[in-house]
Write a protein that binds this ligand. Structure first.
Ligand code: SF4
Ligand code: SF4
Length: 380
């Protein structure tokens, strides 16, 4: 595939350039040779920023092989770790020493002598922010590695509230990149992405097609796009909607087969939407939001549940299943609530004793008990 030379600034602070589409290293093909060929295909096509993690099983090991033969020098290599997503050793914690150890370990796994970026992974609330950035913490382990030339730039990834992230940006002079979730269905971070961009922090977007939702056949989503711009190609629309936002430097495209690369890059060669098209798309998708459709808005007023059922997670699954008619996404969300790797792991919906406490407090007046039963029947 021909290399696309289009480059954009990767935040003024880093002075780097990237392609607007980058490599998501979470789901490489199982066979190492296939993964190596795929990674090189993406790099040859211009996708030079690579987002991996110590927690993505053997991703770093496959990258180590792919980045031989001169490929290392072509890319901006980023990895990340935190002890609440993966404990490599039972004693792993948020100390500077442990983080420094994880950096060295990732470098060995990647077989490189420096990392372009190291990111604090999954800063999801203020307690985690304080714990990872205070004296002697993770950040100081990364700063030590930076001083030694092992790490060139530092960033963080987050699912925290926009208000908290905005405060972090005000104080994090060391931060050169932030990874956010952002797409047509989830515009939560729109303003804080703009703020980060304005401050010169590189802005990276994950979940550009809403975790695969836009690749599914969803009647309400199809109607929304048709009403807004007279067409129904959801994936292309989602990418062009993102590329029209100049506060975003690059998106993460998870690659597991060659067409992930070719189709995404083809979408990025198409024209931006006009401001009028963007306005219409935003209006149509706003109508589909949880708030406007009476589904869960994740306010968490229903918690705590006496049986430790994580109600907002299951109600989000119901939104995808009942409203958007995308059972595959709904099942993923359902399964994640019960997954042993989920630090906020929920009790099974069958534990519900129908006390009704949650329904009394629900701001959306959702029939939670009945919805849990429907979900259990469908996915349990
Ligand atoms: S009704 Fe069920 S889900 Fe709601 S608070 Fe009681 S036990 Fe929890
Ligand atoms: S109170 Fe209702 S809307 Fe809010 S998180 Fe709980 S289920 Fe969702």
């Amino acid at each position: 595939m021909q290399k696309q030379t289009r480059e954009v600034n990767f935040g003024k602070r880093s002075s780097l350039k990237v392609h607007p589409v980058s490599i998501g290293a979470m789901r490489f093909p199982e066979k190492c040779d296939d993964a190596v060929a795929l990674i090189r295909q993406a790099i040859d096509a211009g996708m030079i920023y690579i987002d991996t993690s110590r927690g993505y099983i053997d991703s770093e090991l496959k990258l180590a092989k792919a980045l031989k033969n001169g490929y290392r020098e072509k890319v901006i290599l980023s990895t990340k770790w935190c002890p609440w997503n993966i404990k490599v050793e039972p004693t792993d914690d948020t100390s500077a020493d442990c983080t420094y150890k994880r950096i060295i370990e990732s470098m060995k796994r990647l077989d490189v002598d420096y990392l372009d970026f190291y990111q604090l992974w999954s800063i999801n609330n203020n307690e985690q922010w304080v714990e990872t950035t205070s004296q002697g913490s993770m950040l100081h382990g990364i700063l030590r590695a930076k001083k030694e030339g092992l790490v060139k730039h530092i960033g963080f990834t987050t699912h925290d509230t926009p208000e908290n992230i905005s405060k972090y940006i005000d104080h994090a002079d060391w931060c050169e990149a932030i990874l956010f979730t952002y797409n047509m269905l989830n515009r939560t971070y729109e303003d804080v992405i703009a703020k980060a961009h304005e401050k010169g922090i590189a802005t990276i977007v994950m979940n550009p097609i809403s975790g695969g939702v836009f690749a599914q056949d969803s009647p309400p989503l199809n109607v929304a796009v048709k009403n807004a711009i007279g067409r129904t190609d959801l994936v292309e629309t989602a990418h062009r909607w993102l590329k029209s936002n100049k506060n975003i430097d690059t998106i993460i495209c998870g690659i597991s087969k060659p067409s992930d690369i070719t189709s995404t890059l083809a979408n990025y060669e198409k024209p931006d939407f006009t401001p009028e098209q963007i306005k219409k798309l935003n209006e149509e998708f706003e109508k589909l939001s949880n708030k406007n459709t009476g589904f869960c808005v994740d306010c968490k007023y229903c918690l705590p549940c006496p049986k430790n059922i994580y109600i907002p997670g299951f109600m989000q699954a119901a939104y995808f299943s009942e409203f958007l008619k995308i059972d595959s996404r709904s099942r993923n969300i359902y399964d994640w609530q019960l997954n042993k790797n989920n630090t906020a792991r929920s009790a099974d919906p069958s534990e519900c004793i129908e006390c009704g406490k949650c329904e009394q407090k629900c701001t959306q007046k959702i029939k939670i008990i009945e919805t849990l039963k429907i979900l259990k029947q469908k996915f349990g």
